[in-house]
Design a protein around this ligand. Sequence first.
Ligand SMILES: Nc1nc2c(c(=O)[nH]1)N[C@@H](CN(C=O)c1ccc(C(=O)N[C@@H](CCC(=O)O)C(=O)O)cc1)CN2
Length: 307
Amino acid sequence: MTADPARATLIDGKAFAAGLVERVAAASARLESAHGVKPGLAVVIVGEDPASQIYVRNKGETTQRAGMRSDTHRLPAETPQDELLALIAALNGDAGIHGILVQLPLPGHIDSAAVLGAIDPDKDVDGFHVVNAGRLAVGLPGLVPCTPLGCLMLLKSELGDLSGLNAVIVGRSNIVGKPMAQLLLGESCTVTIAHSRTRDLPALCRTADILVAAVGRAEMIRADWIRPGATVIDVGINRVPSRDPMKAAQGKTRVVGDVAFDEAAAVAGRITPVPGGVGPMTIACLLANTYTAACRAAGVAPEPLDA
Ligand SMILES: Nc1nc2c(c(=O)[nH]1)N[C@@H](CN(C=O)c1ccc(C(=O)N[C@@H](CCC(=O)O)C(=O)O)cc1)CN2
């Protein structure tokens, strides 16, 4: 009889996110009662992409549950860019709105960089504006992209002090890979960003105490890429056919990450599942950023939101 392989500890992002939303709600209620400021978030969606519709609905519902103001602007797919820019200008000037988020992806006729660049950096709760990317790079207070911020919160709550750890991030996007690298550098990790041109990626990944997978390729990272005991953070959300051939034939899908979870969990020390790992932290951190933006607009120091 063979012994069961050791299994990694699951990092429960769903539970952590629920706790964070509660803390944001409590801090927001105190901000409102002490200073008369109710944090307000405006979410803008252009078009009918079904996944985006679900994410936007979840954002609206979670914002309301946290006792914040939630406005959702649904624009048709053929909305001209000028009209979208005019809406953003109006939201920039609305004192009751502290956070503005434009759901991505945008339809092909719209220049996403121009739209993201039109958001007031102090209301940019996605943290995608170049001003916020610059603030993060030089260590100034700004607004940090939600997914990497959520990953960092999970890592700190699991591992405590991260200083001196080797972190490898697979993926160099502006939204996840690069800000994740800046955040981990800020925690004094030794950081490497890997990408499609990296030589011997499996060997590089095996040097990682912390391995962040943000590449967008289903189950690309295998067990033998992982150093035994490493902490694995899986940012990927990929739809693949259902395991059940009958359901797969009907077009049913399931969500998997960038890490081959079952085999990776036999090697890693800690690992985030997909679903239920990093994903829920994205929306919780959006609320945290909205609260932070509202505090700064009111000239009030934000309360710490750590667990
Ligand atoms: N303006 C933005 N657009 C997009 C962002 C973003 O942060 N800002 N991120 C993604 C979509 N997204 C939020 O917008 C998001 C994606 C996934 C999840 C999540 O909780 N996923 C679940 C699984 C969901 C499923 O089963 O399909 C999980 O991982 O548990 C939350 C938010 C792109 N656009």
